[in-house]
Design a protein around this ligand. Structure first.
Ligand code: ARG
Ligand code: ASP
Length: 718
């Protein structure tokens, strides 16, 4: 009997330990630490985050604001994904020196390449400041006043909290405004490119394999962080020296097996796990389909041009990849939400929530939350759709309109801030646009415009559609715009922006392209944004109260983690396969054999470099193969999202075993609804990374810097 009870408890812990969650590293003691140890972790919460000694968090910087990276040597060597370093690799590439195609390796510090604007940010300290941020807020009744007071408190605290002169303070909200945390950080701005495999390794499978398991991508690149002579952050200088981090990860070459403990540390960007069902319905039925349709059209046009023209291919590679990435994610997310019955599950949760509210006698406080949500989401529907179309068509995917929008803002600045601000902004614009036009092709964009303006006028709520976009002949309109607008080249737009403010504004307003973006932006700012913001503010307040209620009414043992907000988190789980569909089971490991199975000579997605084929044929795997196979990728139940790319995957001892870069197709809905059955994160095996650096690139200089723990049982031989 006792045994049975223990067994049930054990199974309960086991299954619960796999429910996902992204946790705050300074708050792991207690429930998380116990779960992690039950899963096999040997280190302690204090080893992961400590105020008193160096800890794992010191080796995990935010990379360029959007990805994660980790320190892997005491000389500033940093590992992240190929797709995270992509823009920088691309910016050093030309048709002659094509590092995207051929890869890049620095065999000495002198050969490393500096990157303008690239930065990495380390966390020094994390502190809960909720009480201070919410001081004086409860007594205010109006939501906008509350928000204003909170912002005021945040900015005072940010300015006054103690820090060193080279550090920054920032405060972020957690649990939708129920908790506030201060981060003290250090930002390093001299970060140089050290190595990148060719795209045929680093981006193997490209967009076809993106978000898909089984995966065979060596998605990594190497950089080095430089500091001044005192090991402090500094702007780029020839005299800077490699940064000595407080911690760097030793690398484990130990064999991995299913059910091994893994944890991932990183900066997940945004999740919405606590949305009400009405919001999820809107995403599934209205917003995702519209965004997918827009991007689908833009991508088809660009792809057509890129396949025919090598220069266009380089110009559009990075833009294409990032647009394609979320296009595909939204498709997977929509499917996954439907297949997993996420809406019905949310509705069931909401029914139970209502019951709990009633039982706790909290009707007055929480009883109307859901019906108010329902009304608001219905009221906001057209505005939310219009907002997404504005952002996808004008700001994101039609380049001429996105440039036009910058000029639109310039006109607003003149109207609101006057001549001086106008001149400053104009000069910045002229300088900044040079880079933009290097990667702009007017023929490509004209075709994109033609497609997207058609979709815009079809899907935009008709009561708000600007006059000049009603009943358009899109082909005629795009010819007219692209043969007359000055936005099609850097020289022309510079000319347009020359002269006193009156002349510039008059010329802008005469421009065909400007007339279109102005109508679109005016419609958005006059008819959509005010109403959208008004309803959205109500939803923000509701969501905060809803979250508070969920926290309050759930049992102590409930695993309620705060949604991702680009701050450092820890997620943990096990290496595990999954069943994507009836009769199919996916194993958790892939190998180089699979790369060769997918190999299509000359194909832009599935080509394999000759040298890798030779290494494969000779089974020349150095220290990195196991039983005659070269491991490539693996999956686990860690709960990750966008921003977790480049995150270290660690074993039970806190050693590096892999590099996170993606999620599996069936589980891409995990940002809204995490299901432990099918949500998996995808990592490159660290042995594949070392194999490529060592055997493929022969960069022994890099290997020699690393701290490598060789397998204990097996003797290693060269
Ligand atoms: N899906 C991954 C993430 O969201 C990888 C994206 C980069 N790869 C690509 N083929 N676009 O960022
Ligand atoms: N690929 C994503 C990233 O770049 C990670 C993910 O969404 O799973 O952060």
């Amino acid at each position: 009997m006792k045994f049975l009870r223990l067994l049930i408890l054990f199974l309960f812990i086991q299954s619960h330990a796999q429910q996902g969650g992204m946790w705050i590293p300074s708050l792991l003691k207690g429930m998380n630490e116990t779960e992690m140890k039950n899963l096999g972790m040997k280190i302690s919460a204090e080893d992961i985050y400590s105020v008193n000694k160096s800890s794992l968090k010191d080796a995990v910087p935010h990379f360029d604001g959007g990805c994660t990276a980790e320190m892997i040597s005491n000389k500033g060597l940093l590992l992240t994904n190929h797709h995270c370093g992509f823009d920088n690799i691309q910016s050093h590439s030309t048709v002659e020196h094509d590092y995207l195609t051929d890869g890049f390796w620095a065999y000495s510090l002198e050969e490393e390449l500096p990157n303008k604007d690239l930065f990495v940010r380390f966390i020094v300290r994390i502190e809960d400041v909720t009480t201070k941020v919410l001081e004086g807020v409860a007594s205010l009744s109006n939501e906008s006043d509350k928000q204003r007071k909170i912002q005021e408190n945040i900015s005072n605290l940010t300015n006054s909290s103690p820090k060193e002169s080279w550090q920054e303070n920032s405060i972020k909200t957690f649990y939708d405004g129920n908790q506030y945390i201060l981060f003290v950080t250090e930002t390093f701005k001299d970060v140089r490119l050290v190595g990148a495999p060719p795209s045929s390794i680093g981006k193997f499978g490209s967009d076809t394999d993106n978000w898909v398991w089984p995966r065979h991508t060596g998605d990594f690149s190497l950089f080095r962080v430089y500091a001044d002579k005192n090991n402090k952050p500094a702007e780029y200088s020839k005299d800077n020296v490699p940064y000595v981090p407080k911690h760097f990860f030793p690398i484990s070459l130990e064999s991995l097996k299913e059910n091994d403990f893994t944890m991932v540390m990183g900066y997940p960007g945004r999740t919405q796990e606590y949305l009400p069902s009405f919001a999820v319905e809107q995403i599934v039925n209205t917003l995702n389909p519209a965004k997918i349709e827009v991007r689908d059209a833009a991508l088809k046009v660009q792809d057509g041009f890129m396949r025919k023209d090598k220069a266009i291919k380089i110009q559009y590679a990075s833009k294409y990849a990032s647009v394609a990435n979320y296009w595909k994610k939204w498709i997977g997310e929509t499917k996954g939400l439907k297949k997993s019955n996420a809406i019905a599950i949310k509705q069931k949760f909401e029914k139970e929530f209502q019951e709990k509210v009633a039982k706790a006698g909290k009707q007055a406080e929480y009883g109307n939350l859901l019906s108010e949500f329902e009304k608001n989401y219905s009221d906001i529907n057209d505005y939310a759709l219009a907002r997404d179309l504005f952002s996808e068509v004008a700001l994101r995917n039609t380049e001429l309109l996105s440039v036009g929008y910058k000029l639109y803002q310039l006109e607003q600045i003149l109207n609101t801030k006057g001549e001086q601000s106008f001149n400053d902004r104009r000069n910045n614009l002229v300088n900044g646009l040079g880079d933009f036009y290097k990667d702009f092709n007017s023929n490509v964009d004209e075709k994109v415009f033609e497609q997207l303006i058609t979709i815009y006028s079809k899907l935009y709520p008709s009561q708000f559609l600007p006059e000049n976009l009603k009943n358009i002949d899109a082909e005629k309109l795009s010819k007219e715009v692209y043969s007359n607008s000055k936005f099609v080249s850097y020289d022309k737009i510079k000319e347009l922006l020359t002269g006193d403010s009156k002349t510039v504004i008059a010329n802008m307003n005469n421009d065909k392209g400007y007339q279109i973006i102005k109508a679109i932006a005016d419609s958005y700012f006059n008819q959509i944004a005010p109403k959208y913001d008004e309803i959205n503010l109500k939803n923000t307040a509701l969501q905060r109260t809803y979250m508070k209620a969920i926290l309050e009414l759930s049992p102590k043992s409930a695993r309620i983690f705060p949604d991702a907000n680009s701050t450092l988190r820890v997620t943990y789980g096990k290496i595990k396969g999954y069943k994507p569909s009836d009769a199919v089971y996916y194993e958790p490991f892939t190998s180089l054999d699979g790369v060769m199975e997918k190999y299509i000579p000359g194909d832009y997605e599935f080509d394999v470099p000759q040298k890798l084929i030779t290494l494969y044929n000779n089974k020349d795997y150095g220290n990195y193969g196991v039983n005659g196979k070269m491991p490539v990728c693996f999956i686990a139940t860690n709960h990750t999202t966008g921003g977790n790319s480049g995150s270290p995957a660690l074993d039970k001892n806190g050693n590096l075993i892999g590099l996170n870069f993606d999620r599996v197709w069936e589980g891409t809905m995990s940002d809204i609804y995490y299901s432990p059955d099918i949500c998996r994160n995808i990592m490159v095996d660290v042995r594949y990374i070392l194999f490529i650096i060592d055997k493929y690139a022969n960069a022994k200089n890099i290997i020699n810097e690393l701290k490598i723990n060789y397998p204990t049982k097996k003797k290693t031989k060269k």
